[in-house]
Design a protein around this ligand. Structure first.
Ligand SMILES: [Ca+2]
Length: 157
C-alpha cells in the first residue's frame, strides 16, 4: 500500500493560510496580554512585600506592640472587605473598624491581615490602601484619617 503524500500546494490553500494567520495572531495577543498581567501582578506583589517590610521596621523602631491577637485583625480585615465589596460602601462599618486601630502596630497588622484581595469588578488583587482609595472620596478618607489621628496613629490613607 503506497503512502499518500501530502500535496502542499493543495493543503496550503489561501483560505487555510488566512485561518492559520488569524489563529496565530489571536494566540500572540493572548500570550502578550497574559504576560503583561502576570508581570504586573509579580511587580505589585514585590512592591507590597517591600512596603510591609518597611512598615514593620518603622513600627519596631517605635517600640509599639499590637493591641489584639492575630485573629482579631483577620476579623477586622474581613469586615472591611464586606463593607466595601461591590457597589456602594458601608462607611460606618469602615469607620468603626478604624476606631479600634489604636497605634501604628495595629495598622500594620490590619494591612497585613487584609493582604491583597480581589474586588467585585477588579481583575487584580488590591491592598487595603487601594480598596479605600477606590471606595472613598477625599472627604471620606479625611474622616478615616481623622479617626486614626485621634487614636495617635500616624498612618494615613
Ligand atoms: Ca464598594
Amino acid at each position: 500500500m503506497a503512502k499518500k503524500s501530502i500535496d502542499w500546494n493543495e493543503w496550503l490553500s489561501p483560505q487555510r493560510v488566512i485561518t492559520l494567520g488569524i489563529l496565530a495572531v489571536i494566540a500572540l495577543v493572548i500570550i502578550i496580554v497574559l504576560g503583561k498581567r502576570i508581570k504586573a501582578a509579580i511587580k505589585e506583589a514585590a512592591g507590597n512585600i517591600r512596603t510591609n517590610i518597611d512598615t514593620q521596621r518603622q513600627i519596631e523602631a517605635t517600640g509599639q506592640t499590637p493591641s489584639y491577637t492575630d485573629s482579631v485583625y483577620k476579623d477586622f480585615a474581613d469586615r472591611l472587605e464586606v463593607a466595601m465589596k461591590g457597589g456602594g460602601t458601608d462607611e460606618d462599618s469602615v469607620y468603626d473598624v478604624m476606631r479600634q486601630i489604636k497605634n501604628d502596630a495595629d495598622m500594620y497588622k490590619l494591612i497585613n491581615a487584609f493582604g491583597t484581595r480581589t474586588g467585585a469588578w477588579s481583575w487584580t488583587a488590591e491592598s487595603l490602601s487601594q480598596w479605600i482609595l477606590g471606595d472613598f472620596n477625599a472627604s471620606g478618607r479625611k474622616q478615616i484619617n481623622n479617626i486614626l489621628a485621634s487614636n495617635g496613629v500616624t498612618y494615613r490613607f
